[in-house]
Design a protein around this ligand. Structure first.
Ligand code: UN1
Length: 502
């Protein structure tokens, strides 16, 4: 299948693909896929106004009916899984299996949101006053902006949008300018679901195409009460205070610097497989990618040679080909950052295996790399930085407290894992004295989370939670209600306040 067939197969027409000036390239060979029309500030303002209009209608639709639209979206996504998965691969370079996995995450969160649409319930609370009752109600908030990154061009949108929609909020989607085509294709699928549904207001989902300027309009608009953004910590630092300034609600899912501890009792076979998938999957460009590996001294010399062998055998290449496991980096900037980090790691005492650029001669416009293992003497400054590339820093440790201290000794706090069959160790790792991350796993790697749990992390990861568990509360406002069904008017706290009879 050629690129044009992939684009058309995902529902993108030539009119859309040639409408403007934003050049979109595939990292597979650097060729241009499209030139998209860009939304300028006034366009984004008009989109916000249209979303506000849609909200007035959508908030009145009973939540289970809103869930029906999301159910239909899930059905349409099932039918489009291969086409959209292939487009994700073409646009961001992850292997086709992972492209499919991303669409499956969208389907899964739709299913979860359909169930939730009948469970957006609050508490009933006892009142201290006779003849009174109390309850909590959850209400829609208004337009929800979802800002997504190039590496997961569709799944994080779905974690946010499926929940936002059943919660009663229209969605404004600003995809990465490096991966906007998957968003436009998803919009086509969404409109099919809207047609199936038959009675949705217009503008429930709008896609904002543009660079920083377009995002800034969303971030600064008081008409957009929720901003959910996935991206770098630098991006979060730029937009977080601006949203806070206007008392908007932000859901931030930022950088990770995820570690795994491999303890003496670990099943090394399993650990090996988990390490390789977590470190080189998506070419190391997941926010949950494994970047730091702490291996106990007693097993280091048996694990490391096997790990290096597995790395040496990795098939790197065109991610659309079936037997490839590692696709390209997104662009030259990513390649530069990786090379610089390796250079610095070497200066800081690292011993590097791999890391070189591949196919530069016959595919100069694409950035393929051999994933790197870097054995480090200590936890130096470069390790504390998130480099969005397949670099795995490996260190020895002697005792678990030391390993946990090192794992927590970074500014980010997204995901973490321990491989151990010793329940004392694993429970300690999950305890208040263990991992400080939003995600902590036992005997699986740090990446590849299921949608059923809340997804996100602490510290410089931003603190937001998306997807499962009670993350839906982030898309609604909580209202506390006190109802007096008596013929009296007692005040709380027993306060007496009597006025002359009027
Ligand atoms: C991301 O990289 O921004 O847990 C999201 C995972 C995926 C999501 C990653 N389900 O690795």
């Amino acid at each position: 299948m050629n690129y044009t067939q992939i684009l058309h197969g995902a529902g993108l027409t030539d009119a859309v693909l040639t409408a403007g000036s934003l050049s979109v390239r595939t990292p597979i060979d650097g060729s241009e896929l499209a030139r998209l029309q860009v939304d300028v500030a006034t366009d984004v303002e008009a989109q916000i106004a249209a979303a506000a209009e849609a909200f007035l209608c959508w908030r009145q639709v009973p939540a289970p009916r809103r869930g029906e639209l999301v159910r239909l979206l899930g059905l349409r996504l099932r039918a489009s899984k291969e086409a959209l998965g292939r487009l994700v691969t073409l646009e961001c370079g992850k292997i086709y299996q992972e492209g499919l996995g991303e669409v499956q995450e969208m389907i899964d969160i739709c299913d979860l949101a359909v169930g939730l649409s009948r469970q957006l319930h609050g508490l009933t609370i006892v009142s201290e006053r006779p003849g009174h009752s109390m309850r909590e109600s959850w209400h829609p908030m208004g337009p929800c902006a979802v800002i997504t990154a190039f590496n997961f061009p569709v799944a994080p949108w779905a974690w946010n949008a499926a929940l936002a929609l059943v919660c009663g909020n229209p969605v404004l989607w600003k995809p990465s300018e490096k991966a906007p085509l998957s968003a436009l294709a998803t919009k086509v699928i969404f409109e099919q679901a809207v047609a199936d549904f038959g009675e949705a207001p217009e503008h429930l989902l709008q896609v904002v195409i543009g660079e920083r300027e377009a995002g800034t309009v969303l971030v600064e608009s008081e008409a957009v009460p929720i901003i959910s953004a996935t991206g770098s910590t630098a991006m979060g630092r730029a937009i977080g205070p601006r949203i806070a300034q206007r008392f908007g609600r932000s859901i931030l899912e930022l950088g990770g610097n995820n570690a795994m501890i491999v303890a003496p009792s670990a099943d090394l076979e399993m650990a090996l497989r988990a390490i390789v998938f977590a470190a080189v999957g998506t070419a190391g460009q997941r926010c949950t990618s494994l970047r730091r590996l702490f291996v106990h001294d007693s097993i280091y010399d048996s694990l490391l040679p096997r790990l290096k062998k597995a790395y040496a055998d990795l098939p790197v290449g065109d991610p659309l080909q079936e037997d490839i496991l590692v696709g390209p980096l997104i662009d030259y900037q990513a390649l530069d950052t990786m090379q610089q980090a390796l250079h610095t790691a070497k200066e800081q005492g690292g011993h590097i295996t791999g890391g070189e650029r591949l196919y530069a001669d016959n595919c100069a416009a694409a950035c393929y790399v051999q994933p790197a293992i870097v054995e480090m003497p200590t936890h130096t400054a470069i390790i504390q930085q998130e480099t969005f590339a397949p670099i795995l820093y490996v260190l020895r440790y002697q005792d678990l407290d030391q390993a946990i201290a090192l794992q927590n000794d970074v500014s980010q706090g997204l995901s973490s894992a321990i491989f151990s069959t010793d329940i004392r160790e694993t429970e300690y790792f999950l305890s208040a004295c263990g991992s400080d991350c939003g995600i902590a796993n036992v005997n699986i790697g740090p990446s590849g989370a299921e949608i059923g749990g809340a997804f996100g992390g602490e510290k410089a990861t931003g603190g937001g939670r998306e997807s499962g568990s009670d993350a839906w509360k982030g898309y609604m406002r909580r209202q506390t209600n006190t109802i007096n069904y008596s013929r009296d008017l007692p005040l709380a706290q027993g306060i007496e306040f009597t006025i002359e009879d009027a």
